[in-house]
Design a protein around this ligand. Structure first.
Ligand code: GAL
Length: 663
């Protein structure tokens, strides 16, 4: 079963609601909750996420009465339920009975209780107990008419991406045995002739525990792959129980793209029925709406372009950032619509009602501590009313303009220690290139390096350090067939085993780019270089030797003064560009515009514009992030105001408009 074969829960509506934790409140409050949910237009809530200890207070001793009543109340009110498996927070009795199921850090510390997520994903006791409570829920609620979706676990890998205990070590060895078959293969892949690391028996291999500096990078990379796979195996266990006992109900688990570095969501995406994501603003960043757009585009791409669910975002401040900046007036609304513009068929929040106690009592909610006389509540109710006019968007697809290559393995590998500069960063380049596309009002799809690129006129490849030969062949075929490719520095350097591609850098791309990189020339902290065309760059330069490519910009100073910095190589029907230094902002714009990333004409700065298309209509979603009123040339019917629009659509400062277009 994969993401493509099952539909979204058939609500037929844009989902609106959030995580609901009635277990924190006396039953009298539940009645008020449901009344207020109706008032706010809530139609979907996620229930039971951390409630294992309340559902199974002692081993094998279940108490479902309260959940029965909660689900019945919600159903009577017409509110659909995403029912969680509570396996992200095993009860205290579980760890007391199975102390070896506690997670162990790289340093060898055993994690204690009192929080959540402290379990080892390879622990047989954890896996059995998680499958057990999942089966209980599936049997009890699998055919309940309120059930829209299974919400398996919560944010796999959120707190600790890996466990280093003995059970994990033996599961790692088994995973390696399946990957490599023989020790000879493993020794070759890990390059164990280096520093005499050769293994003569599988039991000699350990996870990359705390060790002297310079731990084998392939060992580290494989352990990251294993750890992502191990959590995925936990998900698969639960999913299979749910599919078996509650057939027909789709199963999701909430991702944290792109803010969880450690789960390879390309692999996960193939296993979930419905893609869902949690997103929280990096509140102090003034451009955090661009990071939001990137997360939403990445989530849609994981969903193969199909609609997805925004499982969590926040109405206001979170409680876990250094300074928890509140959302400005209108910001929550812009955030929710931006996710919807980029393919979400829901706008759900953490959380419905603010907790009075516990670690998250200062986190915002749909119903804040200030109650219903607050601005937040009024905004929540207004958003609910507006979203109730958006049902025709459900199932429609976003229209992309270009693609950016994204790969978790390349991210991991690039950021292992002992790279040529500590200033190399994967998200740094991804965000820089994405930012330019956003500001040009162009919609980005993300693609796996070996994914189908044929529908995109332009593909950007920011710092794809690790690149398989298949990925390199994919990029080459794309260019030969007429595509425009822009590759940034430190790409195509190593293969999947972190082994340098032979024949000089960038081995995977030399022919395609028509050049080689003779030497990396990273810059000192804070120093900058000038390029012709009045550009400046920092962090990284290279000595290029051209072999077919033409120089488009040269370095004017710095360690590669006088030599090519940016090149272009015509190859087959297309063109491959290479950017050998770190450009940002307008400097990067200059190059990308020349390569063909042309800004959408006539749109003001700060106006986000995305198109979703259905079978019978097309929708323009316009979000004005600026403090100036804007106008768009378009005609159709505006769905928030209900007003017809002839030729000009006004989008007030800070506001949102959704136009069903006639042209
Ligand atoms: C999410 C998590 C929620 C809640 C929220 C707070 O990562 O899934 O349970 O903790 O963060 O922002």
């Amino acid at each position: 079963m994969n993401g493509g074969t099952r539909a979204l829960p058939r609500l037929g509506k844009i989902g609106y609601g959030g995580d609901y934790t009635p277990e924190q409140w006396p039953e009298a409050v539940w009645h008020e909750d449901v009344r207020l949910m109706r008032e706010a237009g809530v139609n979907q809530v996620s229930v039971g996420i951390f409630a294992w200890a309340l559902l199974e207070p002692a081993p094998g001793d279940y108490d479902f009465g309260w959940l029965d009543r909660v689900i019945a109340m919600l159903h009577d009110a017409g509110i659909a339920v995403n029912l969680a498996t509570p396996t992200a927070a095993p009860p205290a009795w579980f760890f007391q009975r199975h102390p070896q199921a506690r997670q162990v850090t790289r340093e060898g510390h055993v994690l204690g209780g009192g929080a959540r997520h402290a379990f080892c994903p390879s622990s047989p006791a954890y896996r059995k107990a998680a499958a057990g409570i999942t089966a209980q829920l599936a049997r009890r609620y699998g055919d309940h008419p309120a059930l829209a979706l299974w919400h398996a676990h919560n944010e796999y890998g959120w707190a600790n991406s890996a466990c280093y205990c003995e059970a994990s070590a033996s599961a790692f060895r088994e995973w390696l045995r399946l990957r490599y078959g023989t020790l000879d293969e493993l020794n070759a892949a890990w390059g164990t002739s280096f520093w005499g690391q050769r293994y003569g028996d599988w039991t000699e291999i350990d996870p990359p525990r705390l060790a002297p500096p310079g731990v084998n990078p392939t060992q580290q990379l494989d352990f990251l792959r294993f750890s992502s796979d191990e959590y995925l195996a936990c998900f698969r266990d639960e999913r299979d129980v749910l599919h078996r006992l509650a057939p027909g109900v789709p199963v999701t688990t909430n991702f944290m793209a792109p803010n969880c570095k450690w789960m390879d969501y390309w692999r996960w995406a193939a296993e979930v029925d419905v893609i869902s994501n949690d997103h929280y603003l990096q509140a102090e960043r003034t451009d955090n709406h661009i990071e939001l757009a990137m997360a939403a585009d990445l989530t849609r791409s994981l969903a193969g372009g199909r609609p997805w669910l925004l499982m969590e975002h926040s109405t206001g401040a979170v409680n876990w950032q250094p300074r928890n900046i509140a959302k400005a007036p209108g910001e929550m609304r812009r955030n929710s619509f931006a996710h919807i513009a980029r393919g979400a068929d829901s706008a759900l929040f953490f959380q419905w009602r603010a907790s009075r106690f516990g670690a998250e009592k200062f986190h915002s909610a749909m119903l804040p501590h200030a109650g219903t006389s607050s601005r937040m509540w009024r905004d929540v109710a207004r958003l609910g009313a507006d979203l109730s006019n958006m049902d025709e968007l459900v199932g429609t697809r976003v229209v992309p303009d270009l693609a950016v290559v994204w790969d978790w393995e390349a991210w991991w590998a690039l950021e292992l220690e002992w790279r040529p500069s500590v200033d190399l960063g994967y998200l740094d380049r991804l965000s820089a290139y994405y930012d330019r596309a956003w500001r040009a009002h162009r919609t980005v799809d993300f693609v796996h390096p070996e994914g189908d690129l044929s529908r995109y006129p332009m593909v950007l490849v920011p710092s794809l350090y690790l690149m398989s030969s298949a990925a390199a062949a994919n990029l080459a075929a794309y260019v030969r067939d007429g595509g425009t490719l822009v590759v940034s520095y430190f790409s195509g350097i190593v293969d999947e085993t972190d082994t340098v591609h032979p024949g000089g850098y960038p081995g995977a791309l030399r022919d395609l780019l028509g050049l080689s990189v003779e030497e990396f020339l990273p810059l000192r902290a804070g120093s900058r270089v000038r390029l012709d065309g009045d550009l400046t760059a920092d962090v990284w330069t290279e000595r290029l030797v051209l072999a077919g490519a033409e120089s488009v910009r040269r370095y004017l100073d710095g360690p590669a003064a006088g030599e090519p910095a940016i090149t272009r190589h015509r190859c087959g029907e297309g063109t491959a560009w290479y950017v050998s230094t770190r450009l940002n902002g307008r400097d990067l714009d200059a190059v990308l515009t020349e390569a063909g990333l042309v800004p959408h004409a006539g749109l003001p700065d700060g106006l986000e514009l995305v198109r979703r298309v259905g079978d019978s209509a097309s929708y323009l979603i316009a979000i004005n992030h600026s403090d100036r009123d804007a106008e768009l040339a378009a005609s159709g019917k505006e769905l928030i105001t209900g007003a017809p629009c002839h030729g000009t659509l006004p989008v007030p400062a800070g506001d949102v408009r959704v136009l069903r277009t006639t042209s």
